[in-house]
Design a protein around this ligand. Sequence first.
Ligand SMILES: Cc1cc2nc3c(=O)[nH]c(=O)nc-3n(C[C@H](O)[C@H](O)[C@H](O)COP(=O)(O)OP(=O)(O)OC[C@H]3O[C@@H](n4cnc5c(N)ncnc54)[C@H](O)[C@@H]3O)c2cc1C
Ligand code: SF4
Ligand code: SF4
Length: 825
Amino acid sequence: MSKQRLVIIGNGMAPGRLLEHLFEAAPDAYDVTIFNAEPRVNYDRIMLSPVLSGEKTFEDIIIHGDAWYEGHGITLHRGEKVTGIDREARIVTGASGITAAYDKLVIATGSSPFIIPVPGHKLPGVLAYRDLDDVDGMLRAADRGGRAVVIGGGLLGLEAAAGLKSRGMDVTVLHLMPTLMERQLDPAAGYLLQKELESRGIEVRCGANTKAILGEREVEGVELEDGTIIDASLVVMAVGIRPAVDLAREAGLEVGRGIQTDFAMRTSDPDIFSVGECAEVDGRVYGLVAPLYQMAKVAAEHLSGVSEAAFTHAETPTKLKVTGINLYSVGDFGDGPDREDVVLRDAARGSYRRVILQDNRVIGAVLYGDVADGMWYNELLKSGEDVSKMRDTLIFGQAHQGGGVAADPLAAVANLSDDAEICGCNGICKGKIVQAINEKGLTSLGEVRAHTKASASCGTCTGLVEAVMALTLGDTFAKKAEGMCGCTDLGHGEVRRLIKAQGLKSIPAVMQELEWKSSHGCAKCRPALNYYLLSDWPGEYKDDQQSRFINERVHANIQKDGTYSVVPRMWGGMTSSDELRAIADVVDKFAIPDVKVTGGQRIDLLGVKKADLPAVWADLNAAGLVSGHAYAKGLRTVKTCVGSTWCRFGTQDSTGLGIKLEKFLWGSWTPAKVKLAVTGCPRNCAEATCKDIGVICVESGYEIVYGGAAGLHIQGTTKLGTVATEEEVIEIAAAMTQMYREQGFYLERIYKWADRVGYDTVKAAILDDLESRRAYYERFVLSQKFSQSDPWSERVSGVDKHEFKPLAVFGEDLAPATAKVEPAE
Ligand SMILES: Cc1cc2nc3c(=O)[nH]c(=O)nc-3n(C[C@H](O)[C@H](O)[C@H](O)COP(=O)(O)OP(=O)(O)OC[C@H]3O[C@@H](n4cnc5c(N)ncnc54)[C@H](O)[C@@H]3O)c2cc1C
Ligand code: SF4
Ligand code: SF4
């Protein structure tokens, strides 16, 4: 049967989900063409706020990368706005004249942000908050500093305000109504929210009516109706959205507030569907993803031939994605004569909760501070259960029902029924997560996200999903979720995320803001924090020597007798008579007892006295030899075979490429050591298939493999892909190293990181998506700017002189018994 033609207008979250369902149900039914006014692939718009605040990058929030479109044979016209639909001829036309004929059409044009038409609203520096271009504009403004005025104290406005504040701007929020987020929060919770924002240095003016935006050539300020003038270098308008219906209206479809559809998401033309924020079903339009995803599922079922599915309205809870501010509201909380309020305030804990009852049934809930029971109230709301029996304890939450369950969040989750919705965005219930964990043997959050989509959209239910995992997996999960050390309950991932999100740039700042339980940290967390800060703030954060183990402090490996091993770098394992002569002279001069060739093709001078180290390095430096970083969590060695220069099987210059890679990659710190190898043909003499990153030269180019291990744990590498040129190999190796640098947990080797985040994720970001690869590559190059200096010559010229004075540091010379001893490789 020949395929039908499906054309989609708009490439946002709703049609993206529609296609996922469609390809699952009927993979061969349609040839798909998408027109998208935005010049990019489909991304998680919800997560723009974490991109603005620096918590995530654009690459992190891509839903479907290039490879996905290619794999499904989709034609994606990026940056091509559809300007007309000819329903007679069944053809759509884009702004540049591109046309596409359809059998079925989906209109998913989303919404347009509303801009208040006050004088000055068109000045440069006035932005909406809707897409990545808006975020880029805000980031450019934040780089210049100054004050941002955010007009609109709703969900988007407050997320923008918090993001801009964390980027270093002064921020004022103007809100017309007397309290913030009045559509989602009652005045009491709105007040608490305002207090919290003010304590973070964000100025909030409620009851503020904007009269004009001031400025000659660009924004200079905002004038309020009461005459107040506020200086501003950026104005963000977040005052609401309007469904984008013009195209549909011009095509003669029935349009109300949105494009009107039946419960199957079909418009007034039976061959045209509409999903997303632009669609109006049963008189309602929506602005949160949960109902849009339901529309997507329903439309996909009809497009694939199942015809019973129907859209049903459900209340969607609201949460604010500002780190450290917890609020949850669902349902109806307006006052009314037949309604009853139950309220609990805990001023000391900054916590407030209110449950609204009608006929002994929950019809709404507002929680601020402690929101753990939000899901439970939502469940009660959805089920319509009569709560009169628990009326006295209802407000204390689920843990206090039935008298038996302890006040324990895990117990609360355990008590939820299988039908309880855990992930509101994706409509995933507890039973479905448990079933996926059990049936598919899932053990990590990443796996649960990949298989069920739970917590994959706005991420605010991550804690709940983890609780379900902990309950289902028991100890296996508990171990994984442990804090990074006794000083904190936060895991490495959480700490890394918060360092970025909160812009923490020193170890004391991390400990203060993330509420460390110890005053100065410990030997486990300090080196990890030092690494995370170095990796996240290149050029800004200054390495803290006191947070390093002895080997990294003295740039040599301590041995069991208290002496050190010194390994000069030999690029790609090549050396020369001059270098060997210089090494021999050093060995004689300092009476170094042993000289050994390492497994990584380097020469190891063993038994050097600590006090001799600077002099040994000075002599080696004089011969052009630099540190081989045999002690570092960074690039150690690139092992090579002789390749096409000498070997009759060699297909490429493996030695030359190995040298280039080593010269490019040395310097930046990584979570754990990194070892590479380049081998001239698949005979693999340089053992590339057990390295962190390996290159196998073949006739057609270079096969790149990664994630190998050959220590206590043995693991062969996984193939990333084959490329044609040395330049691509270098770019990919650098990009992958950077991705690992940004995501890896301290001491986690590449294979463990890749196992955790998923080999497909790494491949998608580094091989398939050129834009993403380039971005990682560029961040790596930036880091190298601050990292490629030889530590030996620095010490020779006097840096950290105290480290090498004999007998000066008594405890350290006793170090063999206590220090971390690393073998040189
Ligand atoms: C900053 C921010 C934070 C948010 N946070 C949350 C949250 O926490 N929870 C939540 O549930 N929701 C949140 N939302 C809302 C959510 O992102 C949207 O509801 C959802 O993305 C809408 O999806 P959609 O597919 O309908 O439209 P969109 O994602 O808006 O996509 C529409 C696409 O169609 C394109 N388009 C429009 N007209 C044309 C045309 N004529 N031709 C071609 N292409 C066209 C547009 O360029 C756009 O790319 C947030 C939104 C923003 C902006
Ligand atoms: S890997 Fe191949 S090219 Fe390299 S030395 Fe071995 S046989 Fe020769
Ligand atoms: S850790 Fe030490 S003893 Fe063990 S294999 Fe390595 S060098 Fe040899």
